[in-house]
Design a protein around this ligand. Structure first.
Ligand SMILES: C[S@@+](CC[C@H](N)C(=O)[O-])C[C@H]1O[C@@H](n2cnc3c(N)ncnc32)[C@H](O)[C@@H]1O
Length: 391
């Protein structure tokens, strides 16, 4: 039974409050779902019972995106999937802190609007009535309703022209790999056209943003959270600090610009460093290598190596125990000699499927945890055996 704006309004009434509190404290599992719905239907309409259960279950699921607020918020499944994580939204919203008021074009359930409202008034625009009901409910639940005006309308013809706006267009497919700027809702070209009225624009896009789609005057920022690549943002007009590409990793808020540096290439050293995906997408691997005196062992492969036990916000580090030309027999011989327990097979520049490959490896159940890396060196298939423990 789909959620509707009327149901979202009902969920905010005193009549719904005790049921919502009870179910939020203990959301039903899949196995308990039917019995819970039947129990609730003795007191509520079928649509109300379904709305309470769905909200409680989505609140539980949303803990990772909204760690401090999920238990008070309102969601629909689709709006939740497309919502920005609270930490990333808080980071991007900070660029808008000097404006008197801002627009949030395509507000969805309001994750970005709520973060923007921390700095000033927000006009939250969406063409979808359910999205607006969710934004309104979330603003009220978090005490931000005085600063947030949800308005129904089309982003391409905004009802008012703010000095700056954030746009998060809808995505057609679930795949993050595909990136066709014109398949977005609204298309990227329609959003860029908004610069005529509102020159200061931030546009959230998928991380697959190709470099050739970046306007020359824009700053493109790839953002990851806890090692997971989340989005690419185009900053335009007064929101652009430095045209070009950069990578930012959260929660550290460390950032690195891509300035075209080329990493030196040399044989692997004592440690293997895996750059954060934001650094790779921004094309800043060479800049990262230069900043921390690291090198690549193959010019085409985005792994770095070094001799110092450096911990940086942009890299994961493993101790490199040994490396060889790729050969399964040699690998198993070495794993037996090292009494290893392979916890993960990683790959870059190799066509092998890691999980199936891991099942073919020698395994010492109580052995030391090891990571096997399948990659290339001097354009040959190569394998690295790394220790998972940081010394
Ligand atoms: C990716 S979601 C926004 C998510 C939101 N930033 C959040 O974090 O909760 C995109 C939203 O844009 C809205 N949308 C798409 N095309 C639109 C248009 N032409 N005018 C207004 N809203 C639009 C959709 O209804 C959807 O709610």
């Amino acid at each position: 039974m789909p959620l509707t704006p009327a149901l979202i309004r009902w969920l905010q009434t005193p009549a719904a409050a005790p049921w919502l509190a009870q179910l939020t404290a203990q959301p039903p599992t899949d196995a308990e779902l039917l019995a819970t719905l039947m129990r609730l239907r003795r007191h509520l309409t079928p649509a109300q019972a379904a709305a309470v259960v769905e909200t409680a279950r989505l609140r539980q699921r949303a803990q990772s995106k909204f760690p401090a607020q999920a238990g008070r918020m309102f969601f629909s499944r689709t709006a939740y999937q497309q919502a920005s994580s609270a930490l990333v939204a808080a980071y991007t919203a900070r660029r808008f802190r000097s404006y008197g008021w801002v627009g949030d074009w395509g507000c969805g359930l309001g994750a970005d609007s709520l973060a923007l409202a921390a700095h000033g008034p927000v006009l939250a625009l969406d063409r979808d009535a359910l999205a607006l009901a969710l934004t309104q409910a979330n603003a009220a639940a978090l005490g931000l309703d005085e600063r947030l005006w949800p308005v129904r309308g089309d982003v391409r013809h905004p009802p008012a022209l703010p000095p700056a706006a954030w746009a998060d267009p809808g995505r057609r497919t679930a795949s993050r790999r595909l990136f066709d700027p014109e398949s977005l809702h609204p298309p990227l070209s329609a959003l860029l056209a908004q610069q005529r009225h509102t020159p200061d624009l931030g546009i959230k896009l998928m991380p697959g943003l190709p470099h050739q789609a970046i306007p020359p005057t824009a700053e493109a920022e790839w953002i990851s959270l806890q090692g997971n690549l989340k989005e690419a943002v185009l900053w335009l007009g007064g929101l652009c600090r430095q045209p070009g590409r950069r990578a930012t990793v959260l929660p550290a808020q460390a950032s690195i610009a891509s300035e075209g540096a080329v990493a030196p290439v040399a044989a692997p050293g004592a440690y293997l460093f895996e750059p954060d995906a934001a650094v790779i997408r921004a094309g800043a691997v060479g800049d990262l290598a230069n900043r921390y005196h690291l090198w690549q062992f193959d010019a085409q492969i985005a792994y770095l190596s070094g001799d110092a036990a450096l911990d940086t916000p942009f890299t994961r580090r493993w101790t490199l125990l040994e490396h060889h030309p790729f050969d399964l027999k040699t690998l198993n011989k070495r794993l037996r000699a090292l009494q290893g327990r392979v916890t993960a097979v990683k790959k870059r520049g190799s066509a092998i499927e890691p999980e199936a490959f891991r099942r073919r490896l020698a395994h010492h159940p109580q052995g030391q945890p090891l990571v096997v890396v399948l990659t290339r060196l001097l354009d040959r298939p190569w394998m690295l055996i790394c220790s998972e423990r940081q010394p």
